[in-house]
Design a binder for this molecule. Structure first.
Ligand code: KG4
Ligand code: ZN
Length: 347
């Protein structure tokens, strides 16, 4: 029997300050999330500078509250996991600096965590299924920033099989939501509107038709929606029918790509779907009816960003001996800094 491990997870990559205490990667003792959605809603998207300052204001209070809710004293924490990226740099710095300070003062290891990978562990929180029945698995992270498909032979092994060539799935929900005049973030509002629409009324192009190409694409779908919205006269379609058609293809292409991926990785025992879009009930219905394998979706509270998934990921990293690395900020940068720094910029 391995000794129990209590991990504090710290998430601050975007607009949620989230902390959680998780035992052995699965049992959530307490999870708190301070969402900034209302603050950013009036801008129609997240403002990085405001987000970073909000994290700084919220993080200490959440930590105190978390300990008191779970009735845990700081010296009972065995390790601290913190999101190292990807994310907004000012926001990441708040969480990582907080976690680093705590790790030094408590003398406990700091485990840098990949936010996108951690989403997958959000789907496994609270379930009792033996990992022998889950892995190898095909896992999907469908969020506002990513649409990634991985083959995983164990909880810390992520082989990226496919990603989006342009927009992320959640991002396309948000953009289409904006075009339809819905509040930010658009995902849940588009889902609600789509449920009032009828199938077959609005034609929608199929993205990346070639089966051998596992990549996702959302940008053309967004353009198609904008053309339909802007039609006038008898060709004008109801917003509910447009939302319905968009959602069917946004989710339908994921089912098609997953079907192709199953044929190249036939040994998989399950499918895991994670990230904000995993909250969509049509998505859950489609997946359940399209595949015979067990499909694991996160409980709703762990679909969007949370500290519990970070703590769970950190637990597996530590158990596999992968924890304790230095935080490598550049690994997740979108910019080729090495190239940039090497450039001679003298006039
Ligand atoms: O994982 P997440 O909370 O944050 C990122 O790491 O991006 O995902 C947020 C995304 C947003 O684009 C949001 O619109 C989308 O998830 N989303 C949904 C639903 N709920 C949230 N998309 C479709 N249907 C939903 N019910
Ligand atoms: Zn996320």
């Amino acid at each position: 029997m391995e000794p129990e491990m209590l991990v504090l997870g710290v998430e601050s990559s975007c607009d949620e300050t989230a902390l959680a205490l998780v035992r052995d990667g699965r049992e959530v003792l307490s999870s708190l999330i301070a969402s900034q959605t209302d603050i950013h809603a009036k801008w129609g998207g997240v403002i990085p500078e405001i987000a970073a300052r909000e994290h700084l204001t919220a993080i200490f209070e959440i930590y105190e509250q978390l300990l008191s809710d779970a009735e845990i004293s700081p010296d009972e924490i065995d390790a601290i996991g913190a999101t190292q990226g990807p994310g907004l740099i000012g926001c990441l710095l708040v969480g990582a600096s907080f976690a680093k300070g705590l790790s030094q003062s408590l003398g406990k290891p700091l485990i840098p965590v990949n936010h996108v990978h951690a989403h997958v562990h959000g789907a496994l929180l609270g379930i009792n299924e033996d990992f022998q029945n889950i892995f190898p698995t095909l896992s999907l992270v469908v969020s506002g920033g990513h649409t990634n498909l991985y083959y995983m032979k164990d909880p810390t092994n992520f082989e990226l099989l496919a990603h989006t060539m342009d927009d992320a799935c959640g991002e396309s929900f948000d953009k289409v939501g904006k075009m339809l005049g819905l509040p930010y973030p658009g995902g849940p509002h588009v889902e609600k509107l789509a449920s009032q629409g009828s199938p077959g009324v609005v034609p929608m192009p199929r993205m990346v038709e070639r089966k051998s190409n596992l990549s996702f694409s959302y940008s053309g779908l967004k353009t198609a929606v904008s053309h339909v919205i802007n039609r006038s006269g008898p060709e004008q379609k109801s917003h509910a029918d447009i939302a319905h058609a968009f959602q069917e293809e946004a989710l339908g292409q994921i089912v098609r790509k997953l079907t192709s991926a199953m044929s190249i990785r036939p040994s998989v025992k399950s499918i895991i779907v994670a990230g904000g879009v995993a909250a969509n009930s049509r998505f859950r219905e489609l997946m359940a009816s399209s595949f015979k394998l067990p499909v694991w979706f996160p409980p709703l509270k762990y679909c969007s960003d949370n500290g519990a998934m970070i703590a769970a990921m950190a637990y597996y990293e530590q158990r596999e001996g992968k924890g304790g690395r230095a935080v490598e900020w550049d690994v997740f940068s979108r910019y080729p800094f090495e190239e940039y720094l090497a450039k001679d910029l003298s006039p």
